[in-house]
Ligand binder design. Sequence first.
Ligand SMILES: Cc1ncc(COP(=O)(O)O)c(C=O)c1O
Length: 372
Amino acid sequence: MIPFVDLKAQYASIKTEVDAAIQGVLDSCQFTLGSEVARFEEEFAAYSGAKLGMGVNTGTSALHLALLAADIGPGDEVITVPFTFVATVASIYYTGATPVLVDIDPRTFTMDPACLEAAITPRTRAIMPVHLYGQCADMDPILAIARKHKLLVIEDAAQAHGAEYKGRRAGSMGDMGCFSFYPGKNLGAYGEGGMVVTDNAEYARKIRMLRDWGAEKKYEHVLKGYNFRLEGIQGAVLRVKLRHLEAWTEARRAAAARYDRALAGSGVATPVALAHNRHVYHIYAIRTTERQAWMDALAAQGIQSGIHYPIPVHLLPAYADLGYKAGQFPHSEQAANEVLSLPMFPELTSEQTAEVGVAIRRLAAGKVAKAG
Ligand SMILES: Cc1ncc(COP(=O)(O)O)c(C=O)c1O
């Protein structure tokens, strides 16, 4: 059996360190925010190439509070993509602003900057590119368009811890960068977690207030805030795991390279990592028009696979009120129909990637034979 992710293997490799870190929080009783969270904020901001980090309870809250810190709300528009996890669009909704969608570049699955200018209106306040699967969106043209139209850029870096674009880290290129520490993420908590990173002290101050009921001093509520605090145990676990993240990222990249080699010449579309990007392979997605048959065949061989994501946000019933129609974002729709995520986690062995590679090659050959 080859799992899609293997959190147990990872815990086994760091058990002594993690157990001690959790015990430390139990001893200190700093269960919410506290010194472990504060130190993790500094360490993760530095890791991401930003000055300041604000830990929050989820990646969704990170996006939500980044938008609120920039005073984005009713009457404003924020541009993002439909080929993402629903949280990206939901966070814009939470503020009362309107999500405006643009299609993706089908090679990389990230925002196509060529679609941006046509989507900008006098109400547009921000652009929210998503570094999907662990590869940064094409940030230089996005940042240039944002500067030209005086728009903010808020990066959804939920899947892109340590990813780089032309040597710059995910989360550090826009005005704010938002991360998720959901357990299955490249840097995952043992529970929920998220962070906003920024160089802007005023955004940081507002986010620190908003995550803790809008108060700078206890019971003096200056802003209408939320209970979005990061837990102490998560801060302690994430500090331990951050020390291993570079090695885990390199292990993911090595596994991806093994998949690439195993599938070369098979006719299967493998991920395109642009030369100027450091892809961190949160997801390794191939494309196939026979997806369900392939998933069933893989499952029969004990190989788990996944789909990220089967329905683009504009076609989800929950977001029908955006008013978009099928056919409006053809690249997103085709990707949603074809992407198939293969097992990907740092502990994946050469034997496992080889076994998956052989299985996919066989399926691809079968399809070619059928078509012929
Ligand atoms: C692209 C993207 N944005 C936002 C989120 C939201 O993060 P969380 O689940 O921590 O709220 C996720 C992950 O779940 C994600 O993959």
